[in-house]
Ligand binder design. Structure first.
Ligand SMILES: Cc1ncc(COP(=O)(O)O)c(C=O)c1O
Ligand SMILES: Nc1c(O)cccc1C(=O)C[C@H](N)C(=O)O
Length: 406
């Protein structure tokens, strides 16, 4: 059933998060449903970055490492991200990419569980998670075991050092019960590492309360930090002293500017830092994280859920597409609509000003971040999808696949 424009307008009028859209600069007339892959530009970001470039870099030069606090940005930003993922401030640092942070934390987990030979993860998770674990498994001489979601609990045994899970799945949108999976892993003595790429800033996450050991997450999706923004890494307090990543660098040293010959870990999550932080990217991420000021994430998750359901229900009646019904209960802030020519249909939609993305072979993905998406956008996107499907315009040569990024 398609919602009417009047119903959608009423929902927008009653939306307690509607004001947050004003924190962003979005192109006029565009319906942007890909904040799950690249968050939009925070309105305050260009000026913040310009001030960093002209003032802190241009005028302050090398002095800004101290005077502008550059050296502490990874921990300061970590502290700003911490409440978004339910962590205490000193447990989170902003640094590197999700891929690198996965390696660092998984290697630390192996060090904490000597003698155990297995890293367990879910089959079909985001590829980089598997690629990084494959490399680590080769290096460490352990086995990477990938099993379907339904078989995870049965695969937990006393040989598992680490259970790596993506909290919200990048295609299906399934969300794991974090507390339950942590408890199950701990019951056999295994540690847990959570990939929060599709959760941080979209869903309520309670790392500390739910007993997670380690986590990583993405800065450029829901946190709105800009393309290639630094990621973040979480280290539970109980591991602050013992966890030691296999990738250690001078920024994670206890006293980097002593220039000592041997590595000695900094206290807490700071030991996860490696090299010099990218300050311009850190300032951009700072502006992205600031868009969450005063935002109730329970409200955000509920709004995204409502948007996803309105869109999925509306699309279900359209010809030629199959809607992956959003999982019951909690799910990611995106939804999948399948079409055998998904890439072409998405290209035609983008030409009509509705931007989502696609994942092979047949999944069109539409994201509904609560801070930027209006209920009216659901109606506009459904109307465009209907028009693209009814006209068959996606068969046009203009929409033939081009470019690597989808
Ligand atoms: C679940 C998940 N993990 C990891 C990544 C990639 O992280 P990075 O490119 O920062 O290493 C993505 C998306 O790019 C993702 O969706
Ligand atoms: N990281 C990306 C990139 O460098 C280019 C294009 C897209 C991305 C993405 O974030 C993909 C995303 N993680 C996904 O869920 O598919």
């Amino acid at each position: 059933m398609q919602p009417t424009p009047a119903q959608l307008a009423a929902l927008d009028a009653a939306d307690p998060l509607a004001h947050a859209r004003g924190r962003f600069r979005l192109p006029e007339g565009l319906v942007y449903l890909d904040g799950n892959s690249l968050g939009p530009l925070p309105a305050a970001l260009p000026d913040a970055l310009a001030a960093t470039v002209a003032g802190e870099w241009g005028d302050g030069l090398i002095r800004s490492w101290n005077d502008a606090g550059w050296i502490d940005l990874p921990v300061q930003l970590g502290a700003a991200i911490a409440p978004i993922v339910g962590a205490e401030p000193d447990s989170v640092v902003a640094c590197d990419s999700v891929s690198l942070n996965l390696f660092k934390l998984a290697s630390a987990a192996l060090g904490l569980r000597p003698g155990r030979r297995t890293i367990l993860m879910e089959a079909d998770d985001f590829p980089t998670d598997a690629y990084v674990m494959q490399g680590l498994a080769r290096l460490a001489g352990v086995t990477l075991k990938r099993v379907p979601r339904a078989d995870l609990l049965a695969a937990l045994n006393d040989d598992v050092a680490l259970l790596l899970l993506t909290h919200a799945h990048y295609v299906t949108g399934h969300v794991h019960d974090m507390a339950a999976m942590n408890a199950a892993a701990h019951a056999v003595g295994a540690l847990t590492l959570w990939d929060l790429s599709h959760s941080a800033g979209a869903l309520v996450v309670r790392l500390d309360a739910d007993g997670a050991d380690f986590a990583v997450g993405c800065g450029y999706k829901y946190l709105n930090g800009g393309p290639g923004a630094p990621a973040f890494a979480y280290l539970a307090r109980r591991h602050w002293d013992a966890a030691l990543p296999a990738l250690t660098g001078w920024m994670g040293h206890a006293a980097p500017f002593d220039f000592a010959g041997d590595y000695a870990p900094a206290a807490g999550a700071r030991r996860l830092l490696t090299g010099t932080p990218p300050i311009l990217a850190m300032r951009a991420l700072e502006a992205g994280v600031a868009t969450f000021a005063g935002i109730d994430l329970a409200q955000a998750e509920a709004k995204s859920r409502a948007l996803v359901h309105l869109f999925a229900d509306g699309a279900a009646g359209l010809p030629g597409v199959t809607v992956d019904a959003p999982p019951a209960g909690r799910h990611a802030a995106h939804v999948i609509i399948r079409h055998p020519q998904a890439r072409r249909v998405m290209a035609a939609l983008i030409a009509r000003g509705v931007v989502g993305d696609m994942r092979p072979p047949d999944a069109m993905r539409f994201g509904f971040p609560a801070l930027t998406t209006r209920y009216a956008d659901v109606g506009l996107a459904l109307a465009a999808l209907q028009a693209v499907l009814a006209s068959g315009e996606w068969q046009d040569e203009r929409f033939a696949p081009r470019g690597m990024v989808s």
